[in-house]
Write a protein that binds this ligand. Structure first.
Ligand SMILES: *[C@@H]1O[C@H](CO)[C@@H](O)[C@H](O)[C@H]1NC(C)=O
Ligand SMILES: *[C@@H]1O[C@H](CO)[C@@H](O)[C@H](O)[C@H]1NC(C)=O
Ligand SMILES: *[C@@H]1O[C@H](CO)[C@@H](O)[C@H](O)[C@H]1NC(C)=O
Length: 508
């Protein structure tokens, strides 16, 4: 770690949290992930954060409704509770997936509101960061309820994404939200844990196992989604092959082919090599008034060739030695935006609420730090942070940020898994220009047709909601008048988007 001593500090100063419930904790907020706790994380000699453990008295085995396991996954168990929170009459479950390696992932599940259908799909939702809890998405974006000002209560969300689908909010990677244990610092390792979680979830809740599975995430989820989908798809292929060869034991036959039908990435970081080229356009020459002056944007443009060279090296070697310098250099070039005072998740508005940029993030922390709420959910840990700086730091130090997760997407498309990339068009940090550019550049069998396809209007209730480009099972959707957190800014349109997508209806 000493090797990077100097540039680590620069990265810390320049690092961005792709918070996804975005708005990140003060310590963690875009461009200033370490402001909240000087001396921790990057400054320590090892760099890697310590494991987090259950708080004494909270990990009480008597609090669970049931504890499930399966012979096929002997080192895993699911502890399940049935809370009553979040303004919903529907069935909900919360609890932990535990592994023998001291990993404990927290989840919160809500049954579909309208799903009398037996084959209602399941959506798995993850927020980004890295290090931000998926409960920021739940309580700020598209969960059944939204947190009220002050964090003492919640209000029903009429545009919840569990309208037609069951939805699982999962706190991953480890030590995010209410999850705890030994650390994971790259998105592939995180993806394997999610596969194990889903196997046990389907086993424990066969009543929800008849529909399709959609894996959606936002922001740094542009890493998690391809990594998770790869883990699921490859395990499915291996499982099917061994089953047809009669190679599976009776125990292994308890597992199933997970019904992965689609993935969705909202304002994600998926192909940094392409995406880092578009920051200047978003800051100076977007469809909204410029945030920076042209000289500042010219400086960003002149930094891009070096940034691209470093990211190319990271794409080639995919190790920390090659990837860390790209993080440090390329993020440093974005500092002018932070200094402008604009919200990095929305060029239309200033960053409000101190480093949080969205005051609702503090309400989420307050709500989930209420002892009665934690007790109802069954949390084993007493401190909830919307975004964990330690997890963020671990991912930064591992070089995960700039890795080419985009390369996992073509095999999914070729296997018939549908792919939706959507982007609110006022976000800076994972802007729609960069997302559309990587979608057009993606190398797959439909590359040429997708690149040549027209952008069609997407309307909701007769009003323009965005633009869509589709070919076969690949769609890019630009969402008008939305920042990084699309469902927060455009709740009705965002619901139309996911309902149409899961129902396989076209957007135009
Ligand atoms: C819950 O059920 C009650 C009684 O059926 C109903 O009055 C109320 O509106 C429901 N609440 C929600 C949030 O659906
Ligand atoms: C601004 O964007 C427009 C449309 O994309 C482009 O034609 C123009 O060259 C850009 N201007 C600058 C200064 O980059
Ligand atoms: C598109 O997805 C469907 C599943 O929804 C699949 O059956 C079909 O083969 C896919 N098409 C292509 C061209 O990959």
């Amino acid at each position: 770690m000493r090797l990077f001593g100097g540039s680590l500090a620069a990265a810390a100063a320049a690092g961005l949290a792709l918070a996804a419930g975005a708005a990140a904790s003060p310590a963690q907020h875009v461009f200033g992930p370490l402001h909240g706790s000087p001396g921790s994380g990057l400054g320590s000699s090892s760099g890697f954060p310590p494991a987090r453990t259950a708080d004494a008295g909270l990990a009480d085995s008597g609090k669970w409704l049931r504890i499930e396991s399966m012979a096929a996954l002997p080192s895993y168990q699911l502890r399940i509770k049935q809370p009553s929170l979040c303004e919903t009459n529907g069935t909900q479950y919360s609890g932990y997936l535990d592994t023998a390696e001291d990993r404990h992932f927290f989840f919160w599940f809500f049954e579909a509101r309208n799903a009398k259908r037996e084959d209602a799909p399941i959506m798995l939702w993850m927020n980004g960061g890295p290090g931000c809890s998926s409960f920021t998405g739940l309580l700020m974006e598209h969960g059944p309820c939204r947190v009220d000002e002050g964090g003492r209560s919640t209000t029903r969300n009429p545009h919840a994404w569990n309208d037609e689908a069951h939805i699982i909010f999962l706190d991953q990677p480890l030590n995010v939200g209410f999850s705890y244990g030994a650390n994971v610092v790259d998105s592939y390792a995180a993806g394997k844990d999610v596969y194990g979680f889903l196997q046990l979830f389907y086993h424990s809740f066969p009543e929800y196992a008849r529909g399709e599975l959609h894996v959606f995430a936002e922001s740094y989820g542009g890493h998690y989604v391809p990594a998770t989908a790869k883990a699921i798809h490859e395990a499915n292929v291996e499982f099917s092959a061994r089953r047809s060869l009669g190679q599976l034991s009776a125990a292994e036959l308890e597992k199933r082919v997970l019904p992965l039908a689609s993935i969705g990435i909202g304002n994600g970081l998926t192909d940094p090599l392409v995406q880092y080229k578009y920051y200047s356009q978003m800051a100076c020459n977007s469809t909204y008034p410029p945030v920076l002056d042209q000289a500042q944007c010219d400086r960003m443009d002149s930094a891009y060739p070096t940034c691209a060279r470093l990211i190319n090296a990271c794409y080639k070697w995919q190790n920390v030695l090659a990837c860390y310098p790209a993080e440090a250099y390329c993020n440093q070039a974005l500092i002018a935006y932070q200094q402008s005072g604009a919200n990095p998740y929305d060029v239309r508005i200033p960053c409000q609420g101190g480093n949080l940029c969205y005051p609702i993030m503090a309400d989420i922390d307050a709500f989930l730090n209420t002892p009665a709420v934690q007790k109802e959910l069954g949390s084993d840990v007493s401190k909830f942070e919307s975004c964990s700086q330690k997890v963020y730091t671990g991912f930064m130090l591992s070089g995960d940020w700039m890795k080419p997760y985009v390369r996992e997407i073509p095999p999914l498309l070729e296997a018939g898994i549908r792919v939706l990339v959507y982007a609110g068009d006022s976000d800076f940090i994972c802007n729609w220009y960069g997302n559309k550019a990587w979608a057009e550049a993606l190398e797959w069998s439909g590359h040429r047709e997708f690149a040549a396809a027209p952008d069609m209007p997407w309307t909701v209730a007769g009003k323009p909601a965005g633009e869509v480009r589709s070919h076969k099972n690949f769609s890019f959707l630009r969402v008008f008048a939305a920042g990084h957190m699309v469902p927060y800014d455009q709740p009705a349109n965002a619901l139309d988007m996911v309902n149409r997508w899961m129902a396989k209806q076209p957007f135009h």
